[in-house]
Design a protein around this ligand. Sequence first.
Ligand code: PLP
Length: 439
Amino acid sequence: MSRLLHRGRATPPVAVSGQGCWLRDSEGREVLDASGGAAVSCLGHGHPEVIAAVQQQVAALEYAHTGFFTNEPAERLGEVLVGHEPGGLSRAYFVSGGSEAMEAALKLARQHFVEKGEPRRTRFIARRQSYHGNTLGALALGGNAARRAPYAPILADAFSHVSAAFPYRGMRESEDEQGYVACLAEELEAEFQRLGPGNVAAFVAETVVGATAGCAAPPAGYFRAVREICDRHGALLILDEVMSGMGRTGTLHAWEQEGIAPDIQAIAKGLGGGYQPIGAILMNDRVLAPIMAGSGAFQHGHTYLSHPVACAAALAVQEVIARDGLLGRVQAMGARLEAGLVERFGNHRHVGDIRGRGLFRAIELVADRATREPFEPTRRLNQRIRDEAFARGLAVYPGGGTADGTRGDHILLAPPYIAGEAEIDLILERLGEAVDAAL
Ligand code: PLP
């Protein structure tokens, strides 16, 4: 019997090795990793250069506390990420994962306003279809009511939620994209007014919604409208690109496609590609200015900040992505994946929507295409498709089903950026079989 507390009652197969887009278990079974775990494995498995970087770093320096030292891989990674000031982001702060990054983002925003002399700004507005992590602050911030419910009595009360930009579920038939954006902007403005604009610290959003909506990309102009509202009210814009960032949508940051930049950004998964646990927040000078002029330090910290081995792994991952032009490949293979999904599922009577960007794609399953009526959550269709796919040697990521306002089940695909045509085609073939078997 396994002594681990697993996600379910059963002990899952034991993963023993990985190469490229493939994982192998202790029974010798090969599984095509079509979701990069949870949109993590951007370089695939077993990349020799990343392995070498980790080995060299652990041999040279495994750890040195940031209370005393900085370290070379962390400094170089900071330079790679914000040295060229994309969108004015100028500093990086390295933590161990996505939830930690989101907690740090919330605290940095709060400290910014305390030191700026605006301590009344205690409120954060997030969106109903959102997931920002499982720690208590991130969970309170997130919009997934089902995940939040058991912990509601112990969650902070500083968070409220508006609609996400999710055209398939939110846009009315009579509306065009412009009208939909105007409607969402009006709702956000109304929420600022309800809370009192001077009480709001930040608006927080996933640039492309991951697990709770299944790769829901914003309509054109949405983030420009959001940025304008935040600026007008003196609030910060925090973008959570833990899942959608670091190349996953075809640009390094998903916000680059929106014509805006955030004040604080969270990244994780694709930053280290799974070779080490690492996340980060990136921030602009505006956020830091009152802190640097005041106390001089972000009042936060974890033991493993700027961990040298984690930073060395992430640095190697990012260098390979840049050197090998993998963002171009994400765009090309993403287009192939999208075309394949449309060909295979475009007329499927239970596939209501095919969406996403780059190698970040999802299909949403519905009982009725015309009405967009979801399947009953008790059918657990997303889990059944996941199981059928896994039985066929394909790992896909199930989502939706129980999220607020999005009862549709979806299947999320996020293959490694190194995936080739043959792998993309095999994902499509096996997913098609799994959907048919589960329905
Ligand atoms: N934010 C988003 C958008 C995520 O998708 C996730 C994880 O799935 C998190 C935050 C939390 O990241 P982690 O699981 O690394 O704590």
